[in-house]
Design a protein around this ligand. Structure first.
Ligand SMILES: N[C@@H](CCC(=O)N[C@@H](CS)C(=O)NCC(=O)O)C(=O)O
Length: 216
């Protein structure tokens, strides 16, 4: 069966997987789960049977749905090893994973849609307050990632040398979100250069929200 990606164009977690699928040349069918329509299609019974956590992405190649973008990336890496998204040695892989997890575990969850909705519903946070929240956590997290890159001998043009890895697949969507929310990125020059380089490549540019927005 043709693999299915349960997807939403603005989802940065799904963006990670879209890049991986393009880099690895996997043809797939995107199935939109609209995170805002009708109160959020992720909360409907149909999608809950795919993702009990009610989050995108999910990926199903016929073996049953896999949730969590990093688990999907690892699965793709094991089942479709070329081109690799992890480097050759355990120490290098640890670096790549630590950068990827810094984005996926330390920044992204604080900025998720349901967190923003709860800030408004339970604490009366205004739109401005929610944007300030997002900018705060994104800046804090990206500052850490910038320092990790600065301490790494091969952090150009990608986080680990000449080829994209899971680290870049997490950084680039996070920067896309940061730009969307008007974050000042002048204090993270390595990340900014990495983003610009990555987005000059089709696998990244064609997976970005602007390129994947559903046509009206
Ligand atoms: N850790 C999960 C995070 C998934 C996630 O939070 N997805 C967001 C979109 S980027 C979502 O579905 N949000 C829906 C909501 O907050 O209701 C992963 O990496 O896949």
């Amino acid at each position: 069966m043709e693999p299915i990606l349960y997807d939403y164009f603005r989802s940065s977690a799904a963006f990670r997987v879209r890049i991986a699928l393009r880099l690895k040349g996997v043809d797939y069918a995107a199935r939109e789960v609209h995170l805002l329509r009708d109160g959020g299609e992720q909360h409907g019974d149909a999608y809950r049977s795919v993702s009990p956590a009610e989050l995108v992405p999910a990926y199903d190649d016929g073996t049953g749905p896999i949730t969590q973008s990093l688990a999907i990336l690892e699965y793709l890496e094991e089942t479709r090893p070329l081109p690799p998204l992890l480097p050759a040695t355990p120490r290098e892989r640890a670096f790549v994973r630590s950068v990827a997890l810094s984005v996926a575990c330390d920044i992204h969850p604080l900025c998720n849609l349901r967190v923003q909705q709860q800030l408004g519903a339970a604490f009366g946070a205004s739109e401005d307050a929610r944007v300030a929240w997002l900018r705060h956590w994104i800046a804090l997290g990206l500052r850490a990632v910038e320092a990790m890159l600065a301490g790494h001998p091969r952090s150009s043009p990608f986080a680990h040398g000449d080829l994209p890895t899971m680290a870049d697949l997490c950084i680039v969507p996070q920067v896309t979100n940061a730009l969307r929310f008007g974050c000042d990125l002048t204090f993270v020059p390595l990340i900014t250069a990495l983003y610009e380089h990555a987005m000059s490549l089709p696998a990244f540019a064609l997976s970005a929200p602007d390129a994947c927005a559903p046509s009206l």
